[in-house]
Write a protein that binds this ligand. Structure first.
Ligand SMILES: NC(=O)c1ccc[n+]([C@@H]2O[C@H](COP(=O)([O-])OP(=O)(O)OC[C@H]3O[C@@H](n4cnc5c(N)ncnc54)[C@H](O)[C@@H]3O)[C@@H](O)[C@H]2O)c1
Ligand SMILES: CC[C@@H](O)/C=C/C=C\C[C@@H](O)/C=C/C=C/C=C\[C@@H](O)CCCC(=O)O
Length: 143
């Protein structure tokens, strides 16, 4: 898949699978926005990816995916900074057995909200270029 100069936004990408997805896009010469609730880890990861893949290709935006105003800002800043959005990866997820409401809010509601926001920027009839939305799930979701 040709991703050169494409722009990907990955939620929960300060560490773990999200960080690995960011690296996969950077290796294909895309630009990446990593957004995460963990400011310190996000800043460290941006610095590490800048060193590995060159400056100006990775941006960190601190946000809580369950906050619609924060997510609206993340999408607007992404397009202002890089001029386009081609890939959204809804990766942020938690496994909080003490609060099923919070788990549903992060793993499901935020994913749907972010997907609608992405469509606003990707839709060809609204000035976008189309794009792809990748949702990360779990076998736990089947049980
Ligand atoms: N690791 C596994 O074995 C596994 C298995 C099945 C599914 N998954 C799914 O893969 C995804 C990534 O998992 P991982 O193992 O890399 O997890 P991880 O805990 O290492 O990383 C998740 C990231 O999401 C961020 N995050 C959490 N809540 C957030 C919020 N409200 N707003 C913004 N960012 C938030 C965290 O700060 C963290 O950086 C998750 O959706 C998880 O459910 C992982
Ligand atoms: C229970 C694992 C998964 O459903 C939820 C993950 C939520 C947050 C990510 C991270 O903090 C924890 C990951 C833990 C993974 C544990 C075991 C995995 O090997 C399970 C793989 C099967 C699957 O859930 O798809």
């Amino acid at each position: 898949m040709i991703l050169k100069n494409c722009v990907g936004l990955i939620t929960g990408a300060s560490q773990g699978l999200g960080k690995a997805f960011a690296e996969a896009l950077l290796k294909k010469e895309a630009k990446v926005v990593i957004c995460d609730i963990n400011h310190a880890q996000g800043a460290d990861t941006k610095a590490e990816l800048d060193q590995r893949y060159g400056p100006g290709r990775t941006t960190f935006m601190a946000c809580d995916v369950t906050s619609l105003p924060q997510m609206k800002d993340v999408f607007c800043e992404t397009v202002q900074m890089f001029g386009r959005l081609d890939v959204l990866c809804n990766n942020a997820g938690i496994n909080n057995e003490r609060s099923w409401e919070k788990t549903i809010s992060v793993n499901l509601v935020a994913l749907i909200q972010a997907s609608y926001l992405a469509l606003d920027h990707m839709r060809c009839d609204r000035g976008g270029h189309g794009g792809s939305i990748v949702n990360v799930a779990s076998m736990s979701g089947r049980n």
